[in-house]
Design a protein. Structure first.
Length: 490
């Protein structure tokens, strides 16, 4: 009984100390101005609540619709091949043009996001994505369809330039959760497209299927209008009045009362979105290592997105090994069995993301991403062998790339200051999409000529990914975003 009373007293004392810290941060109501750093405001005052859950849900939905649209093409290609008599080269062109338009769009709009804000780009990108999806459904020929997919890539690129907003609305202690939810959207989008194709594609046809895929994009666009702009960005850019309005909105959603004389600070900068600042103060190594990791990883990830449905409808197996001789390019529609296996394989990307998040929280960032990158080499090497190709090998490859992808995005979002965060992420993302262009286009170039050469490419990219992880020299697990901002001006 006495021990229990002592425990209750200790809990009460801890609660009183927490309240005292909060009061110290806010200052007295009688003070002329109560000043608090924005990281302390998020961590100790606003904390985690409905505002963050809403932002995370939108982040998840944005990524699910964004990558669902990209994965949609891999399901449609075998059908369009028969309907429009597509050549291998034109199939490759449709796929690659999405990534090329993304590659060209991201660096431009990343700088725009650092100068004019994150939220407008999310709205613009989702609007373009919705229009592209609807237009794809009514395309009359392959050239119209190609144009629609280019617009789709531009929309996806614009979204990628502004999605650091969600991280900037999140307390430091929950950054990994924010990034994990976003990355779960990536693989859930691919999985839901595969699952929907299994149940509905043959019944309603590809046009209705593509049109219905636009509905989530439209809903997400409407929901994004309800989000506030990043207060951290607004203060850095000198718009304190708008920042306080956004903070007030977040605090009301979380049921927190703030004093009327509150003033929130961050480390301001007169220059926003300058590319030369991305490479200043020893950040060049970060940019190089993260670009190597993301570019090589996305070479495998996007290659697998295209490879999976084609592999599941192709005669890949020779005698125990994947064939080294050419496969015939024929009009062969994806079977329900192939779509079922595609669902299984893409689902393991969700599992890989969860594992990556768990490792990030428990072990940090550098060590687990290095371990996962080394494991990826072994898993990709097993793709040379034909045993259980559709379930075991491909699922393992998708899962381990999901682990690497999750951890690398946690690092990318944490390591750069607010004034150049969107610019830096966009530059690295554009290099990543360059890897995606190589991986996805190589599937069409090599699969029908020399399948083993394609797997060799994936293996080479995995080795390059390991080299990038070995260049990482900073652990970001316990870093505060405000400390990153402070370091950028000292």
């Amino acid at each position: 009984y006495n021990e229990y009373k002592s425990y209750l007293s200790m809990v009460k004392m801890e609660e009183e100390e927490e309240n005292e810290r909060s009061l110290m941060l806010l200052g007295s109501e009688t003070d002329e101005t109560s000043t608090v750093n924005i990281s302390e405001l998020y961590d100790n005052i606003i904390k985690l609540g409905p505002a963050q859950y809403f932002a995370w849900f939108i982040s998840f939905a944005i990524k699910a619709t964004e990558f669902g649209e990209v994965a949609l093409l891999s399901v449609l290609i075998p059908i369009l091949r028969c309907e429009w008599d597509l050549s291998v080269n034109f199939e490759a062109t449709i796929t690659v043009m999405i990534y090329i338009s993304y590659f060209l769009t991201v660096p431009i709009f990343g700088k725009v996001a650092d100068i004019y804000g994150r939220k407008p780009l999310l709205i613009l990108g989702n609007t373009l994505l919705s229009l592209a999806s609807i237009s794809s459904a009514i395309a009359t020929d392959k050239w119209c369809f190609l144009l629609c997919r280019v617009v789709c890539g531009v929309g996806v690129g614009i979204i990628g330039s502004g999605d650091s907003l969600m991280l900037e609305l999140t307390p430091n202690t929950h950054r990994v959760t924010c990034i994990t939810v976003k990355m779960l959207g990536v693989y859930c989008g691919k999985f839901l497209v595969s699952l929907s194709a299994y149940f509905f594609l043959a019944t309603i046809g590809w046009r209705w299927f593509t049109a219905l895929a636009a509905l989530p994009c439209i809903v997400v666009t409407a929901l994004t209008l309800l989000l506030p702009e990043s207060p951290r960005y607004l203060i850095v850019s000198g718009e304190e009045e708008k920042a306080m309005q956004a903070i007030s909105f977040l605090s009301k959603l979380n049921g927190v009362s703030l004093p009327s004389n509150l003033r929130v600070t961050v480390y301001k900068s007169e220059s926003l979105g300058r590319i030369k600042d991305v490479f200043a103060k020893n950040r060049t190594r970060h940019v190089i290592s993260l670009s190597m990791i993301l570019g090589s990883n996305l070479c495998v990830v996007y290659g697998l997105v295209v490879f999976l449905p084609l592999a599941l409808t192709s005669d890949l197996c020779g005698v125990g090994l994947v064939r080294s001789t050419a496969i015939e390019h024929t009009c062969t529609k994806t079977t329900p069995a192939a779509l079922s296996n595609l669902c299984v394989a893409t689902f393991w990307g969700v599992a890989g993301t969860v594992v990556g998040a768990f490792l990030s929280v428990t072990m940090g960032r550098k060590q687990p991403i290095r371990i996962a990158a080394f494991i990826q080499i072994g898993v990709v090497f097993l793709l040379y062998f034909c045993f259980n190709l559709t379930v075991v090998n491909l699922s393992a490859a998708v899962a381990i790339t999901g682990v690497v992808n999750c951890i690398e995005w946690v690092i990318i979002n944490e390591i750069f200051p607010t004034k150049i965060r969107a610019t830096a992420i966009s530059l690295i993302n554009s290099v990543g999409k360059l890897g995606g262009i190589v991986g996805s286009s190589s599937v069409y170039v090599l699969l029908y000529k020399s399948p083993t050469s394609l797997i060799t490419l994936f293996l080479t990219a995995s080795v390059f990914c390991v080299a990038g992880t070995l260049l990482l020299n900073k652990e970001t697990k316990n870093m505060l975003l405000s400390d990153v901002d402070k370091d950028s001006i000292e």
